[in-house]
Design a binder for this molecule. Sequence first.
Ligand SMILES: Cc1cc2nc3c(=O)[nH]c(=O)nc-3n(C[C@H](O)[C@H](O)[C@H](O)COP(=O)(O)O)c2cc1C
Length: 354
Amino acid sequence: MLNKCRLNFLETSYKVNRKSIISFLKIFSPDLEKSIVVGDFILFCIMKTPLKFLFKFGIPKNISTKVFNLNFPSPVIAASFKDHTASLLFWQLIGTGAVTFKTLLNEPSKGNHRPRVTEVQIDGQKHLFNSLGLPNKGIKHFVQNNTLQKISFQERPIGISIGGNSDDEYLQNLKTIERFVQNSGSKNIFYEINVSCPNTLNGKTLNQDIERLINLLSSLKEITKSPIFVKIAPESTEDFLLKLGNYVNMQNKMGITLGNTKSLSKRDLNLSSKIFNNQSGGLSGPKLYDSTLNSVKFLSSRFNFPIIATGGASDYKSVRNLLQNGASLVGMAAQLVFNPFEIAKINRDLSNEV
Ligand SMILES: Cc1cc2nc3c(=O)[nH]c(=O)nc-3n(C[C@H](O)[C@H](O)[C@H](O)COP(=O)(O)O)c2cc1C
């Protein structure tokens, strides 16, 4: 009862504060990223104080799941979209079974021109639309700042998303990170190979060339013994899914993450240049759910490897449905922005169902 009151209080406070910050900053600028920076700063300060324990919700023991050698206390995990360490800890306190660090590139990069992220309403539901273009502090920063240690929480698995502007860069990036992981003694790592970013020049080329992708995955596998998930686009064709599925099925410790944001042009969403600078971007949120579910069904009815279902999951019903249809884990991004406290409710409801 006490936990329920605390959850309701935190959920309401989060929504009210978020709305207030966005409405206030909108007076000065239409760029939503300013609110994100302010929100991140407030969270960073709170997480430095004992107040952070207010966010801590236990995960019921009966919903844990094992994927390869990794134990996830909850099957709901944070998808790769954030490199802000306080946020990654915050979500684990509330109850995600793991977090996935935002896609890393070798060199620091500022990403695309702002404004490049906005909220859109579709069918009465909130979504995110972004063309960040993988802004990044680079691998050196990740290693030198001991990021892994900063986001480790109760030995929960940590996903690290690897990107690259060329096949060679993917290989070099994984080599560098793997060396760091080995030296740090971290055992609960999985990698996600992002071949489906719609917002960089070459972000999706591997998702359109199955032979090149398979060659790359074969080389990446040689570098690490940790599990590798390939993160693909929601637009992937059945032919592509079949070919990739056939390959992944034959590998040890490999799976598929389905999927990234959905490519759309800003005209599809009637966005003005004032709130969104780039011509196209990637959609996140409930609208992706049907396509995620269909692809999960397609793959799980043919193959046995683990699937991380990412795209449109927002509540207990959507998570349960993805798990019942063959997903091993469910990744979330947009819902963690709109209401991260939903995670504690999903864990509770999953537990009651077992
Ligand atoms: C602002 C933002 C940034 C993102 N950055 C990344 C990224 O760096 N790497 C990646 O693989 N996916 C990235 N994504 C995609 C998410 O991980 C996820 O695949 C997508 O949002 C669909 O899930 P959702 O409907 O739960 O949001 C990003 C999404 C958003 C909204």
